[in-house]
Write a protein that binds this ligand. Structure first.
Ligand code: IYR
Length: 221
C-alpha cells in the first residue's frame, strides 16, 4: 500500500466557512426539476466535466461501479423516447398502484416524454453490479446503489452549477436502456438525466417547492 499526504484544504476562517456553506446551499436550493426543454445545444465539454465530477464520488472499495452513456444523437434520443413512452403508457395505465399514481398526481406527469427528444443531452446512468476497478465483469462490487446515487448527485450538482436545467427520468422498467446503449447484462440502468436549457414556458409545481424544514430532516445529539 502506498500513500500520499491528505490534500491541503484552504485556510478559511469559520466565518468564511459558514458564508461558503451558505452560498453553496443557496445555489443548490435553486435547482428545480425541469419538465420542458429547448433544443438549444450544449457543448459536449460541459457534459464531459459533469461526468468527470460524478466519477470523483466515493464508492464501495473505490470500485467506481458506474457508467454514463451521454447521448446527443437525434436517432438514439428518438429510440429512447419511443421505448420509454411505451413502458410509461403501461405504467400509468395500470402497472403502477393507485397509491403511487396518487402520489404522482401533484407533479402532473404523464406518459408523454417529448423532452427525451427535445433536450440536447440524455445521460443514461448505469450501476455496475460486478466488475471491480478493472471492469472485468466478474469482481464483486459493494454498496453499488449508494455509490452510484452519490455520483448522480454530483452529476446533477455540476450540471446545475454550469447553468443547465436537469430532469431525472426513471422510465419503469428501464431494461431497454441497456440494449439501446449497448451495455452488458451486469449493468443496471438507474436513471436518465436529461440536461439542457429550460423552455421559457417551463413551470414548477407548488408541490415541488415544498421542501422539508431542517428541523424535520435533521436532529442533533
Ligand atoms: N417514471 C414515471 C413516473 C414517475 C415516478 C416518480 I416516483 C416520479 O417522481 C416522477 C415520475 C415518469 O417519469 O413519468
Amino acid at each position: 500500500m502506498s500513500e500520499t499526504p491528505f490534500p491541503r484544504l484552504p485556510a478559511f476562517s469559520d466565518d468564511e466557512r459558514v458564508a461558503r456553506a451558505r452560498a453553496a446551499f443557496d445555489r443548490l436550493a435553486n435547482r428545480r426539476t425541469c419538465r420542458a426543454f429547448t433544443d438549444a445545444p450544449v457543448p459536449r465539454e460541459v457534459i464531459e466535466y459533469a461526468i468527470r465530477a460524478a466519477g470523483t464520488a466515493p464508492s464501495g472499495a473505490n470500485h467506481q461501479p458506474w457508467h454514463f452513456t451521454a447521448i446527443s444523437s437525434p436517432a438514439i434520443k428518438r429510440a429512447i423516447r419511443e421505448a420509454a413512452e411505451a413502458e410509461e403508457r403501461e405504467f400509468y395505465a395500470g402497472r403502477a398502484s393507485d397509491e403511487w399514481l396518487e402520489a404522482l398526481a401533484p407533479l402532473g406527469t404523464d406518459p408523454d416524454k417529448p423532452v427525451l427528444e427535445t433536450a440536447p443531452w440524455l445521460i443514461v446512468c448505469f450501476a455496475q453490479r460486478k466488475g471491480g476497478i478493472a471492469e472485468d465483469g466478474a469482481t464483486g462490487n459493494y454498496y453499488v446503489t449508494e455509490s452510484v446515487g452519490i455520483a448522480c448527485g454530483l452529476l446533477l450538482a455540476t450540471l446545475h452549477e454550469a447553468g443547465l436545467a436537469t430532469l431525472t427520468h426513471t422510465p419503469s422498467p428501464m431494461g431497454f436502456l441497456r440494449d439501446i446503449c449497448g451495455r452488458p447484462a451486469h449493468e443496471k440502468p438507474l436513471m436518465i438525466v436529461v440536461a439542457g436549457h429550460p423552455d421559457p414556458r417551463a413551470t414548477v409545481t407548488d408541490h415541488a417547492l415544498r421542501k422539508k424544514d431542517i428541523a424535520v430532516i435533521a436532529n442533533w445529539l
